[in-house]
Design a protein around this ligand. Structure first.
Ligand code: SF4
Length: 230
């Protein structure tokens, strides 16, 4: 447990608070970084859309897609359900796999119509995650991102960056199973959504700045804890 806390603390000192998930302020169509937690149901729904749009693509491409959806007043489940799927696909082109993702945006919109955000808020993290995993097109990473960032419930998000950094550190295998690595994190850090959000975002930042595909270990804030260079 101590190792996980030290890694968090060193990353936080090096990179500062990350404030994920980027959200669109009222009256704007562009997401803003370091925006903090969702303030309303529109923000929660925007995070759901973003979690789907970011599958297999960089966040910069998602921002463009979300901007188009905002400009066309489509960051609402009822409006997505009224729009033509082809139109949605064209608006989110920048995010790639746009036909498949348009279908998934429609599916999550139906899910919200049938369940309501209020009733989902009343569920605990495990229950909500289970429900989301039953929705077509939502895998573990997308489900955890929604549970954690949209609903503020503690469910640790694992992604390719997490596997890369923590396998190099020596905590898991490079091909560790999603749920096994999630369990390791959840056993070793405080069960707190704020900590989970920051920890995940700090890992992403670290993977972009130092622990890249070809690591740049010089100046790495956690090099002393990393088995790769011991
Ligand atoms: S020392 Fe190198 S391999 Fe280890 S975490 Fe830092 S950047 Fe990654």
């Amino acid at each position: 447990m101590e190792r996980f806390i030290r890694i968090y603390s060193l990353l936080h000192s090096a990179y500062g608070p990350q404030g994920w998930w980027p959200l669109t302020p009222p009256g704007s169509t562009r997401t803003k970084h370091h925006s903090g937690r969702p303030m309303n149901d529109t923000h929660r729904f925007e995070i759901m859309l973003g979690a789907i749009l970011t599958q297999n693509t960089a966040w910069t491409n998602v921002e463009k897609a979300l901007e188009q959806l905002h400009k066309n007043k489509l960051v609402r489940h009822d409006r997505i359900l009224k729009a033509k799927k082809e139109r949605i696909a064209q608006l989110i082109r920048s995010a790639g796999y746009y036909n498949q993702k348009a279908e998934r945006l429609v599916i999550i919109s139906k899910f919200i119509r049938d369940n309501t955000i209020r009733s989902l808020m009343a569920r605990d993290a495990a229950d909500l995650r289970k429900m989301l995993l039953e929705v077509k097109g939502i895998g573990p990473e997308t489900a955890d991102s929604i549970v954690l960032y949209a609903f503020g419930k503690p469910s640790f998000v694992i992604d390719a960056y997490t596997k890369r950094v923590f396998s190099r550190i020596g905590i898991c295998a490079a091909d560790a199973e999603y749920d096994a690595l999630k369990e390791i994190f959840e056993k070793n850090i405080k069960k707190d959504a704020v900590v989970y959000k920051e920890y995940h975002a700090l890992i992403v930042e670290h993977a972009k700045r130092h622990c890249k595909a070809k690591p740049e270990c010089e100046g790495c804030p956690i090099s002393k804890l990393c088995e790769k260079i011991i």
